[in-house]
Write a protein that binds this ligand. Structure first.
Ligand code: PAF
Length: 319
């Protein structure tokens, strides 16, 4: 495993790998690696010959300076965790300094429209997805991966990445890996390490709320009805709102392809095929997405109702 900090050095190394006929996977991260990241890296090793893990706390995706300052930076521990993967350890850790990624104040931004960046996280964190889409585009240009892997916890981010990869013909295959959860169901996140003991106990309200939403959807499905978005939302929100010390930012039930209200007209702008399983029917897909501030730490989580594997994983983790 080799740490590379310069774009030029990484390009040189990867060009040699490609000349030798090897394929390349990229797992982009902001460090503070946890089991979710490590599962992603293991999967990357199964998807390509050479794995690059990028570790870069991208300032342009933070809307608050205090949040950026508080973001954990643990490069040595991250590298030790990656080495611990043994045969699945990445060949390269790309850990650029800020001046390498942004030598001048950037004047070009990748902005994904179609209504998917203004809602949910985008409504609470203005400019966040421009920062994400721009830095991921830059990483794709630097690494030119055959495949790139992202965790499903960031469902909206994944939709944004899917959209610009399609719209800009970026030649990369995207793989979204299941959310890895703690024993009580809390989604693994780099932010969890900032939770006090009390906040950590309250944080389990997020996956429990999603569980309530899935169970409500299952009641509808068992009666051969399409899961009712209003009922799913009510069940999930009632659970989350009952947990003391959790300030709900949003809990929404949306179309997983457009992030629009499930019954809204399906927008061409988001490039969604006319016939989709998010149309009403027992197999209807709904994204239940939430963000809440717990003990001063902002956490997100989601589950895709109608994706039975995603539902089952959440139910098993919160049992
Ligand atoms: O999900 C993250 O950790 C970041 O948003 C990403 C994709 C590495 C871009 O900075």
């Amino acid at each position: 495993m080799r740490r590379v900090t310069s774009i030029a050095d990484l390009r040189t190394a990867l060009a040699a790998e490609r000349r030798a006929g090897r394929t390349v996977a990229l797992a982009p991260t902001m460090g503070a690696l946890h089991d979710g990241h490590l599962a992603n890296v293991r999967r990357a090793a199964a998807e390509a010959d050479v794995v690059v893990v990028s570790i870069f706390v991208n300032p342009t995706q933070f809307d608050r300076a205090d949040d950026l300052a508080a973001y954990p930076r643990t490069l040595d521990a991250d590298e030790a965790a990656l080495r611990g993967l043994g045969g699945a350890a990445p060949a390269y850790v790309f850990a650029p300094f800020e001046r390498e990624m942004y030598p001048t104040t950037p004047t070009t931004t990748v902005h994904v429209g179609g209504g998917i960046t203004e809602v949910l996280e985008g409504a609470s964190r203005p400019g966040h997805f421009d920062g994400v889409a721009t830095v991921v585009t830059k990483l794709f240009h630097v690494v030119e991966p055959d495949v790139a892997l992202f965790g499903r916890k960031d469902a909206q981010q994944n939709l944004v990445i899917r959209r610009f990869v399609t719209d800009l013909d970026v030649p990369v295959r995207l793989v979204f890996t299941p959310t890895v959860r703690e024993a009580d169901g809390l989604a693994r996140s780099s932010r969890n390490q900032r939770l006090s003991a009390g906040a950590r106990a309250a944080a389990v309200g997020l996956p429990r709320a999603l569980r309530a939403g899935v169970l409500a959807a299952r009641v509808d499905r068992e009666a051969d009805r399409a899961p009712d978005p209003g009922r799913v939302r009510h069940a999930a929100l009632a659970t989350l709102a009952s947990v003391p010390d959790v300030a709900v930012d949003y809990l929404e039930v949306v179309d997983p392809d457009t992030l629009a209200p499930p019954d809204a007209a399906r927008g061409e702008a988001a490039g969604v095929p006319a016939a989709s399983s998010s149309a009403p029917g027992p197999s209807r897909r709904l994204l239940v997405a939430t963000a809440a501030v717990v003990g001063g730490v902002r956490l997100i989580d989601n589950v895709e109702v109608g994706d039975v594997e995603d539902e089952d994983r959440l139910l098993a983790a919160t049992d």
